[in-house]
Design a protein around this ligand. Structure first.
Ligand SMILES: [Zn+2]
Length: 508
C-alpha cells in the first residue's frame, strides 16, 4: 500500500446532534467522496482482508464473507488445481485497480498486477507462448514463469478521470452525505430537505464540527458499510460499529423474480432442522464451492446490482445507488451495471450475470536466433519498425487454473474435481477429506428424526438469493435457500428416509 496515500487526511464538516449523539449529515469534497466510491469497487475478498488487518474482529464481520475468505485461506493447497488458484481468491484482482491508484487515498493493499513469462521463452522452442499474472505458474519446459516484464504504454492510461475531475465522480463540487450514506451534490435545498426529514426545524439543536478523516476512519466506514445503519455516527462519535439488529431477509420468491434460463444448475444436498427449517449443513461437490468462492472476486457495487431485489441492503445499497447517479461512467455505455471480472473467474456453470474481461494478447519483439537481453512487450508492435533479425511473438494469457500451459481454458474450476465438501449455514467450507461428519453431527446434539435431508438444484434464482443473503446475513444457506426447499411438516414420520438417501446419493 502506498504510504503517502494512507497518511492523507480529508477535511469533513459534520452537523451533529449532541443530545442524540448522532451525525445528522456531513459535507465533503470530491476527493473524499471519490474514496467512498472506490470502496464499492474493491473485491469482497479484499474488503475482508483489509478489515481483518485493520479493524477489530467484531466489525470485520461482513455477512458470511469472513468465513468464505477463511475457508480459502485455511484450505490445503492440495485441494486447489494450482497454487495460483488459491492466490487469485485470496488476493482477487480489481478491474478498477488503475482508477484506485489515482485517488488521494488508495486503501487497497493488493499488489499491482504483474506480468510474467518463462525466463527461457525466447530461446527454448518447447516453451509455450503465454504470459501469466502470477509467477507460480509453470511453463511446459518445467520452469516457473518468473520473469517479470513491463508493458509499454500501460501506465499512461488516459481513460481514467483527469486532473480536474474526480476519479469516479465527474462533478467539481462538494457533496452532502447522510448518516446512512446517501450521497448527493451539495445544495441548500438538499440540506433543508434532510433536516426537515429528520424533524429538525432549525439549527438551534445542532452543532457544526470540522474533523480530519484519515485511513483509520475510512477503514471504520468500510466495516460500517455492511454492519451499521449509521456509519457516520458510528465512525466519528461512537468510535466503533454498533452492529445493527439483523432483520430477517424477505426471501426471494422462486418464480419470475429472476428472469433467465434454468437449464444450468448445480446440485447439493442440504440437512434441514425440521422444527425451524434452519439449514444446518450442505454437502456438495467442487462446482458449488467454486461458485461460492467467486463471490470473493465480486465488488459490492456488483453484488448489489446482481442482487435484483436490492432494496433491503442498507447502507451499501444507499451508497451504490448514489454513486450510480453521480458516476462519471453514467455517460458512457450501460457497461457500469454489468458485473465485469478478470477473465479467470470463469467457472462453469456461470449462474450469476457475470461478464468477463477480454483476454488480452500482448506482443513481444524478439531477436531471431537471439541471445538473451532486453526485449519489448506491448499491446501492438509496429511491424514496419522490425529489422530482419527481429520478429514478433504473440503471447496469450495463461489461466491461473490451468495446470499445464495451453490455450485451452474452458470449464476448469479453482478446485480439483471429484471432491466432496461440507458447507455450514454461515458458509464455512471444508473438504470432506479433512473434516469429520461424525463430530459435526454429534456436536449438533439433535434428535436424528428432527433432521431432514433434501436435494436442491441451484440455478439462477437460488444463486442470486444466496449472494444476497451471504452479503447481509450470517445464515446464508437458510436465508438464501429456505424458500426453495420443498415444504415439510415438522417431524413428518411418513417420509421414508432410507429411500431418500439412496435417491440423493445418485445425484451427487
Ligand atoms: Zn519455458
Amino acid at each position: 500500500m502506498d504510504n503517502t496515500a494512507t497518511k492523507h487526511k480529508f477535511s469533513l464538516r459534520l452537523l451533529i446532534d449532541e443530545e442524540k449523539n448522532r451525525v445528522v449529515l456531513a459535507e465533503a469534497g470530491k476527493d473524499f467522496v471519490d474514496v467512498l466510491c472506490s470502496l464499492l469497487t474493491l473485491p469482497m475478498g479484499t474488503i475482508v482482508r483489509l478489515l481483518e488487518k485493520h479493524q477489530n474482529p467484531q466489525s470485520s464481520i461482513v455477512g458470511c464473507f469472513h468465513n468464505l475468505y477463511k475457508s480459502v485461506s485455511e484450505m490445503d493447497v492440495e485441494n486447489f488445481e494450482t497454487q495460483a488458484c488459491k492466490n487469485v481468491l485470496m488476493f482477487p484482482r480489481s478491474l478498477k485497480e488503475s482508477h484506485c491508484r489515482k485517488l488521494k487515498m488508495n486503501v487497497d493493499d493488493t499488489e499491482a498486477t504483474m506480468f510474467f513469462v518463462c525466463p527461457s521463452f525466447r530461446s527454448n522452442v518447447s516453451c509455450c507462448k503465454v504470459y501469466s499474472n502470477i509467477s507460480t505458474l509453470r511453463c511446459t519446459c518445467g520452469s516457473s514463469m518468473t520473469r517479470a516484464f513491463q508493458i509499454e504504454g500501460k501506465e499512461d492510461d488516459g481513460s481514467v478521470g483527469n486532473k480536474v475531475d474526480g476519479v469516479f465522480l465527474s462533478c467539481r463540487t462538494s457533496f452532502i452525505i447522510t448518516d446512512d450514506l446517501k450521497v448527493a451534490l451539495n445544495s441548500m435545498g438538499l440540506v433543508l430537505n434532510v433536516l426537515n426529514g429528520l424533524g429538525y426545524s432549525g439549527f438551534d439543536k445542532l452543532q457544526e464540527m470540522v474533523i480530519d478523516v484519515g485511513f483509520d476512519e475510512v477503514m471504520s466506514l468500510l466495516g460500517c458499510l455492511f454492519t451499521s445503519e449509521a456509519p457516520l455516527t458510528d465512525t466519528f462519535l461512537r468510535k466503533h460499529c454498533m452492529t445493527r439488529k439483523r432483520k430477517m431477509l424477505t426471501p426471494l420468491v422462486q418464480d419470475n423474480i429472476v428472469a433467465g434460463e434454468a437449464n444450468e444448475f448445480l446440485t447439493l444436498k442440504v440437512y434441514v432442522r425440521k422444527t425451524d427449517s434452519v439449514i444446518l449443513y450442505a454437502e456438495c461437490r467442487e462446482d458449488f464451492v467454486d461458485f461460492l468462492f467467486t463471490f470473493l472476486a465480486i465488488p459490492p457495487e456488483f453484488a448489489w446490482e446482481l442482487s435484483v431485489d436490492n432494496k433491503n441492503m442498507g447502507c451499501v445499497g444507499n451508497l451504490c445507488r448514489s454513486v450510480k447517479d453521480l458516476s462519471f461512467e453514467k455517460r458512457k455505455e450501460a457497461i457500469v451495471s454489468k458485473c465485469m471480472l478478470p477473465y479467470y473467474y470463469d467457472i462453469s456453470p456461470q449462474l450469476l450475470d457475470i461478464f468477463l474481461e477480454e483476454r488480452v494478447e500482448y506482443e513481444c519483439l524478439v531477436i531471431q536466433n537471439g541471445f538473451p537481453g532486453s526485449c519489448r512487450f506491448a499491446r501492438k508492435i509496429n511491424k514496419y519498425e522490425l529489422s530482419n533479425r527481429e520478429k514478433i511473438v504473440k503471447l496469450s494469457p495463461m489461466d491461473p487454473k490451468s495446470v499445464l500451459c495451453s490455450s485451452d481454458h474452458g470449464g476448469v474450476g479453482f478446485l480439483k474435481g471429484e471432491t466432496n465438501f461440507i458447507v455450514s449455514d454461515d458458509l464455512f467450507i471444508t473438504p470432506m477429506n479433512s473434516s469429520s461428519t461424525i463430530s459435526l453431527l454429534s456436536k449438533l446434539q439433535m434428535n436424528i428424526s428432527d433432521i431432514d435431508e433434501q436435494v436442491i438444484n441451484i440455478s439462477k434464482s437460488e444463486a442470486v438469493s444466496l449472494l444476497r443473503a451471504s452479503l447481509i446475513t450470517s445464515n446464508a444457506l437458510t436465508n438464501g435457500l429456505s424458500n426453495f426447499l420443498s415444504k415439510m411438516k415438522p417431524n413428518d414420520s411418513t417420509a421414508p428416509s432410507s429411500s431418500k438417501v439412496s435417491k440423493s446419493e445418485e445425484t451427487l
